[in-house]
Design a protein around this ligand. Structure first.
Ligand code: CO8
Length: 258
């Protein structure tokens, strides 16, 4: 496992665990952290032994946004030329499922990071928001788009225009958060979900992630057509034969990710 300064990387069986590690700055996402996070996720994506990845922060903050100290004096040209989008895109390029385990603050870029993951699990003390407007900017890494898709226009406008925070219960009710768990069980539950995902046939898993994501990228008929092709293609895998044979023979399947 490679070693980084601003993120900690571990494995738990077939699960890759990335911990954002700038606790003194509430895990503010500076350029180094975003780069290292991208490297860590890409390394797990390339590792055959890993089936899913959990990204977590600390107890007080998942991440309180982009690093305001780093951004404060930057000009348009600085921000334009730095193109941190390239680092973020490495997360979006990850084909394996990403689970965000959120406790404490997930604000600005921190909320955007959580929304780039496939499943958000939140502790009961989690708080989400896009406070950029209070700094004279707007979300810059997909926040307006992903929030609108996750919670609808009314609540997305409310959050983005006022900069207010929503608590974990509101986030779960609104459809941003998949599951709410007590804070002390957050990591354990997130790893259990990732471990369950990692135990399932991988070709189908990656196809399923791709298919659900197509719902946000294409018209219904195109998405459904792509889904149907993937569905049909999965009949060419050994794991489909094994999964169905095991069901009929009333035994546990032995998936080989083939
Ligand atoms: N950037 C830099 N430092 C931060 C940040 C941040 N986003 N958030 C907190 N810190 C630092 C504080 O400056 C403080 O440092 P110090 O001890 O040196 O003074 C330390 O973390 C602890 O913070 P607080 O004392 O403020 O702790 P509180 O418990 O009082 O408050 C809050 C916690 C509510 C999270 C508060 O810190 C806060 O409001 N933070 C800023 C939240 C924010 O506005 N985030 C949006 C940033 S803009 C953005 O994310 C743009 C996204 C575009 C994508 C960019 C990708 C890179």
């Amino acid at each position: 496992t490679p070693s980084f300064e601003t993120v900690l990387v571990e494995t738990r069986g077939a699960v890759g665990l990335v911990t954002l590690n700038r606790p003194k700055a509430m895990n503010a996402l500076n350029a180094q952290l975003v780069r290292e996070l991208g490297d860590a996720v890409a390394a797990f994506d390339a590792d055959d032994a890993i089936g899913a990845v959990v990204i977590r922060g600390g107890e007080k903050a998942f991440a309180a946004g982009a690093d305001i100290r780093e951004m404060a004096e930057q000009s348009f040209s600085d921000v334009y030329l730095a193109d941190l989008g390239a680092a973020w895109r490495r997360l979006l390029d990850c084909r394996k499922p990403l689970v965000a385990a959120v406790s404490g603050y997930a604000l600005g870029g921190g909320c955007e990071l959580a929304m780039m993951c496939d499943i958000i699990i939140a502790a009961e003390d989690a708080r989400f928001g896009q406070p950029e407007i209070t700094l004279g900017i707007i979300p810059g890494f997909g926040g307006t788009q992903r929030l609108a898709r996750a919670v609808g226009k009314a609540k997305a406008m409310d959050l983005v225009l006022t900069g207010r925070m929503m608590d974990a219960q509101e986030a779960e009710r609104s459809g941003l958060v998949a599951r709410l768990v007590p804070a002390e069980r957050l990591t354990e539950e997130a790893i259990a979900i990732a471990d369950r995902i990692a135990s399932l046939p991988r070709v189908a898993t990656l196809s399923a992630k791709e298919a659900v994501n197509a719902a946000f990228e294409s018209p219904l008929s195109e998405g459904a057509r792509a889904e149907r092709r993937s569905f049909q293609a999965l009949f060419a895998t050994e794991d489909q034969k094994e999964g169905m044979a095991a069901f009929l023979e009333k035994r546990k399947p032995q998936f080989r990710n083939r």
